[in-house]
Design a protein around this ligand. Structure first.
Ligand SMILES: *[C@@H]1O[C@H](CO)[C@@H](O)[C@H](O)[C@H]1NC(C)=O
Length: 217
């Protein structure tokens, strides 16, 4: 559209846009862009993403999205929403995200390793989906994480030992996947119930140093 207008008109349009949306709002919309990129990946038969209008200044009025007082996205609540499709690395642009609630859908494909960049994340709930591939090692960098539920998917590989560094982790559930290797004993893993690991191909708990963590993988 802009290219077709006279240059002077498009310049004044840009100037008006700038007056209306200060620079801060433009940078905040990178979060809207990230969420809109997610929307384009998903099939949404129940129209739960209908309010996700990318032309708005920020995504804070969209349903299932919560922002803080600085208009940064802190929650994404799409549990049991009947959406299907894959997750992408663009979710890592939600730098202030604390709650990623995507359980009970038809998500498939791999869990993007870039989700390990979500430094503010408190809870990641991806359970009851059809996710496959490995649990990213990068999750060992999610220092604020308290809840990590990946149960009831099709995940393979071993439990990354990097996760035993997560000092704030309270709830961890990987039951009902296809994981192999041994169950860690270090860090908070010593206190997680055996139920959190059942229905996999996991052995253990490992004898420190005697059995490699990817034993049998
Ligand atoms: C979920 O979506 C499918 C279409 O993909 C539809 O047939 C089904 O009724 C939906 N389920 C619910 C609970 O809305």
């Amino acid at each position: 559209m802009l290219e077709k207008m006279a240059p002077s008109i498009s310049l004044s349009v840009l100037f008006l846009l700038f007056l209306q949306f200060p620079l801060q709002a433009i940078s905040i919309n990178s979060e809207g862009n990230a969420l809109h990129a997610l929307r384009t990946r998903l099939s949404d038969p129940n129209n739960v993403l209908q309010s996700w209008d990318p032309t708005l200044v920020n995504p804070c009025t969209w349903f299932h999205v919560t922002c803080d007082s600085n208009n940064h996205v802190t929650r994404l609540d799409l549990g049991n929403s009947n959406v299907s499709g894959t997750l992408g690395s663009e979710l890592s642009h939600l730098h202030h995200l604390q709650y990623l609630e995507l359980y009970g859908n038809e998500l498939r494909g791999k869990i993007p390793k870039e989700l390990g960049k979500l430094k503010a994340l408190i809870s990641m709930d991806l359970y009851d989906n059809k996710l496959e591939g490995k649990i990213p090692k990068s999750f060992g960098k999610l220092k604020s994480l308290q809840f990590l539920r990946l149960n009831n998917n099709k995940l393979t590989g071993s439990i990354p030992r990097e996760l035993t560094r997560l000092k704030n982790l309270k709830i961890f559930d990987v039951s009902n996947n296809d994981l192999c290797g041994t169950i860690p004993v270090e860090g908070n893993f010593g206190s997680f119930p055996i139920k959190s690991f059942e229905n996999n191909r996991l052995g253990g708990p490992e004898l420190k140093g005697l059995v490699p963590y990817d034993f049998g993988c």
